[in-house]
Design a protein around this ligand. Sequence first.
Ligand SMILES: Nc1ncnc2c1ncn2[C@@H]1O[C@H](COP(=O)(O)OP(=O)(O)OP(=O)(O)O)[C@@H](O)[C@H]1O
Ligand code: SF4
Ligand SMILES: [Mg+2]
Length: 342
Amino acid sequence: MTKPVLRVQDLAVRFKSFSGGLLQRKERWIRAVDGISFELHSGETLGIVGESGSGKSTLARAILGLLKPSRGRVMWLGEDLTTLDEEAMRQRRKELQIVFQDPVASLNPRMTAGDIIAEPLWTFYPNMARLQVEERTRGMMKMVGLLPNQINRYPHEFSGGQCQRIGIARSLVLNPRLVICDEPVSALDVSIQAQIINLLKDLQKKLGIALIFIAHDLSVVRHISDRVMVMYMGQAMEVSQKTDLYLRPLHPYTNALMKSVAIPDPKLARQARQDSWLTGDMPSPYMRPKGCIFHDRCPYRVKRCEADVPALRRMESGDWVACHRAEDLDLSIQGASTGSLG
Ligand SMILES: Nc1ncnc2c1ncn2[C@@H]1O[C@H](COP(=O)(O)OP(=O)(O)OP(=O)(O)O)[C@@H](O)[C@H]1O
Ligand code: SF4
Ligand SMILES: [Mg+2]
């Protein structure tokens, strides 16, 4: 097997905040990302899923060097990005790109589609001939399913889905080797979501890039992912091959997310609602539960779960899970659809 292009090792990011008034000001920390490790190969897609606040975007930003981690390493092609100075990191950014959640808000309304897509070329290759830039920009527009003659239009003249295509073209214009898509479809209509997911999947196949695709919902990442990492309060609960995860999740939290996916059959949907036990919200990031971080929402918890932290460990299948009871729980998905977009 080829070497991974990206190796994330025990990555952690903390944010400082203050509670209380001026006189009783108390420092406190949020562990937004707390010891995440995984590898990614060229041409592979890792889906990352978790509820709001689970640390997905923070992880993405730390990998891209947009945030300083408090611990851990981001090994890109064998080089630790966390130790690079600003200029060296700027050079690596050509290879590492991001697609944002809100396509309309993330595009500069005063720039034309062509200028938005071409901007990274001007930044990194200021001496590139104008004609060459235009040719490349039109080529990118075609590649993402936009008409090259729309090059001089402004973002407000495009639909949400088309704006996301502009964002994708911009992220690919420098021929990156890793693209992180941070909830690229959650602001779009369901009918458009599948088109964008299919586009990303086709482009990835064609270009052989490594892709990280972040979403709230397991159904969104199913079509595009080879492996899926499920995050909860900054930690990985499970990292499994897609084929394993959607048939038999290993972690109770994955199982809960699976059950919250829309089920087309009304009878099965009713049953799933009755079975559903992912109640309440995630605990406050300032009050992290002891032991298993998921224990206060887990119906399978035993005494040990309240005190011992389950390590993320490798199962015989090669999948990874952080649960004391992974061997004795059978969380196979029977009947309930794990419907996929795309
Ligand atoms: N700049 C910041 N300062 C302080 N806390 C932050 C900051 N950015 C994120 N956080 C906190 O870190 C935690 C993880 O946030 P993050 O945005 O990474 O989650 P997420 O999984 O991307 O959520 P969502 O699905 O809503 O986008 C949250 O508790 C959030 O409030
Ligand atoms: S370790 Fe215990 S509380 Fe945590 S997910 Fe597993 S069974 Fe549930
Ligand atoms: Mg986010």
